[in-house]
Unconditional design. Structure first.
Length: 286
């Protein structure tokens, strides 16, 4: 018998509007950003103020939400935006992309750079340690939603995701699924809990590494590069345990998924930041 995902995706039903757990996990991520950002301002020497942390969160959150949604439309959705121009705004239908959200945050960093005069890399180095736990929180939201499930496994920690079951089980009630699961009928459909793998690797482990590097290294760009590489390696590896998108499958070499293809530029960009190119340019302007 394996664990069966049967969470109610609705956190709070106000009748007029329903607040989903997935939205709550985003709010938790934004709250962690503020808490950790203010801690950095108070504890360590920095040119940032608490007001600037809050200001950037506003622009960064917009970048995450709009960039994530547009990224999903461009990278993972099959409906042409020409056929449905309002598709990016139909957030109630679901669909977010980390890679699109990252692009949105890059735009937010550039805008904040223009607004405050802070160097781009100075901003990215400050916020890099603040983001990973938020990513982990959202991955927990994916797990609660029973989505982004992993590939089939016979490991004892395999999870039953109801939406991944064959169509013959789709009309079964939660109680019926629990009964079938207790009888071992669903064992062959157990899958890797890939959202939890991502929450652990992209979230907790990446946070610990980046936070330590931020305390130890002074050269600009290293913290940003470390975050990008840690996320990139985590995502690339977890994709081997995550079921490829049904409408994409394997895109390159019969084993690379869309997530892995989009992660390669992140790894390269991380190496560029660590190489010191941006730091050297910053010092040359002094």
């Amino acid at each position: 018998m394996h664990y069966l995902v049967d969470f109610d995706p609705v956190f709070l039903d106000l009748k007029i509007i329903k607040i989903h757990w997935y939205a709550v996990t985003y709010l938790i991520g934004f709250a962690l950003f503020i808490i950790l950002g203010n801690y950095q301002v108070k504890k360590y020497q920095t040119s940032w103020t608490k007001e600037q942390v809050s200001d950037f969160l506003f622009y960064g959150a917009l970048g995450v939400i709009f960039g994530g949604r547009i990224g999903w439309v461009l990278f993972y959705n099959d409906t042409s935006i020409l056929d449905d121009p309002f598709l990016p705004f139909k957030v109630q239908d679901g669909g977010m992309s980390f890679h699109g959200g990252l692009l949105g945050v890059i735009v937010a960093i550039y805008y904040f750079h223009r607004k405050t005069g802070k160097r781009f890399v100075e901003i990215s180095d400050f916020i890099a340690p603040l983001c990973a736990l938020g990513i982990g929180s959202v991955r927990v939201g994916n797990f609660i939603n029973g989505e982004l499930w992993g590939r089939l496994t016979d490991k004892p920690w395999g999870i039953i995701f109801p939406d991944s079951l064959p169509f013959s089980y789709r009309d079964a009630t939660t109680e019926q699924l629990h009964q079938l699961n207790s009888q071992g009928v669903l064992n062959e459909f157990a899958r890797h809990p890939s959202p939890l793998y991502e929450a652990f690797s992209e979230g907790l482990i990446t946070f610990i590494i980046v936070w330590i590097v931020a305390r130890m290294v002074e050269r600009q760009g290293v913290v940003t590069g470390t975050f990008l590489i840690c996320y990139g390696i985590s995502r690339f590896i977890v994709e081997f345990f995550r079921e490829p998108d049904e409408n994409r499958g394997y895109i390159l070499f019969d084993w690379m998924t869309m997530g892995q293809i989009l992660t390669v530029p992140i790894l390269i960009l991380g190496l560029v930041f660590i190489s010191g190119i941006f730091s050297n340019k910053a010092h040359a302007k002094k």
